[in-house]
Design a protein around this ligand. Structure first.
Ligand code: CP
Ligand code: NVA
Length: 312
């Protein structure tokens, strides 16, 4: 596939991306990582700027966008809700139209998926979803890259997400795994089960790719897993639900015993971070030899650079 094919595209979730397009981004991600290691410098964003809009906090996503864009000679501009009138005094539509006249691309992290969709529709430039309540698409590209680094390939591998099955990370994993032929089991209490609408959509992509996608409340389903993945039990914006979540999810902590239930000595541990150690994962596991979380965090930058290089 020619890189030019993707110019101008937005990434709102992976639903409208073909497996071939996603694989192209993964290859580019591995290649930009290698270039950075060997000091092969490019200036492909020279003379360009990107607006980074954040309603919610971020370490990895913000730093990945800023450093990836800056390393290529571009100028990233960070704009929080303390800085601009996003949807309060000025509509999202008007903000999008103005930013689209000044920037080559826009990243948005915040609450409503609808906001990032309006930005994409009205700005006329590529827009990237840096996390909403519903999806976290840039995260899961880095997760698949990390699987590929660990096992040489991701297709046919067994990934188990253990935790809040309705959250943005779980929902995005389902989509990308279904598209790429990665088997994905969501292990979550029935109350937090992934919505049927998304599972029905995923079934169509999985039928094409051969992926097995399932949701269960049974921890025994980790048997045969190549990777156990978890995320915080309380996502940003859900702080009021904290006590209920802890009660529901405490049996679903990833610890040494659960890792050993995979029955696979080469099974790895993944977490999008930030982690609350001793809640969703024990310190022993996240700091232990199976943990790939720091590679996974670094890969956010390479995958985000690849997404921007392909689309700007
Ligand atoms: N994983 C992730 O999105 O991290 P940040 O919230 O720090 O951006
Ligand atoms: N589900 C988490 C992901 C953080 C990267 C949240 O939305 O807070």
């Amino acid at each position: 596939m020619k890189p030019t094919t993707l110019k101008g595209r937005s990434l709102l979730n992976w639903k409208d991306w073909t497996p071939e397009e996603i694989r192209f981004l993964l290859e580019l991600s591995h290649s930009v990582k290698k270039d950075l290691r060997t000091g092969d410098i490019h200036q492909r964003f020279r003379g360009k700027s990107i607006a980074l809009l954040f309603e919610k906090r971020s370490t990895r996503t913000r730093c990945a966008f800023e450093t990836a864009f800056g390393e290529e000679g571009g100028h990233p501009v960070f704009l929080s809700t303390q800085d601009i009138q996003l949807g309060s005094k000025e509509s999202v539509e008007d903000t999008a139209r103005v930013l689209g006249r000044m920037f080559s691309a826009i990243e948005f992290r915040g609450f409503r998926q609808e906001t990032v969709e309006i930005l994409a529709r009205e700005s006329g430039v590529p827009v990237y979803n840096g996390l909403t309540d519903d999806y976290h698409p840039t995260q899961v590209l880095a997760d698949i890259m990390t699987l590929e680094e660990s096992f040489g390939k991701s297709e046919g591998k067994n990934l188990c997400f253990v935790g809040d099955g309705r959250n943005n990370v779980a929902r995005s994993l389902i989509i990308i795994c279904a598209k790429l032929g990665v088997n994905c089991t969501i292990i979550t209490p029935a109350e937090l089960s992934t919505d049927k609408g998304l599972l029905d959509e995923a079934a169509v992509w999985a039928a094409e790719s051969g992926a097995k996608i399932s949701v269960t409340d049974k921890l025994d389903a980790v048997a045969g897993a190549d990777a156990l993945y978890t995320d915080v039990w309380v996502s940003m914006g859900e702080e009021a639900k904290r006590d209920k979540r802890i009660a529901l999810l405490s049996p679903y902590q990833i610890n040494r015993e659960l890792m050993s239930k995979c029955g696979n000595d080469s099974a790895i541990f993944l977490h999008c971070l930030p982690a609350v150690k001793e809640e969703e994962v024990t310190t022993e596991v996240i700091e232990g030899p199976m943990s790939r979380v720091w590679d996974q965090a670094e890969n956010r930058k390479h995958t985000i650079k690849a997404i921007m290089l392909a689309t700007i």
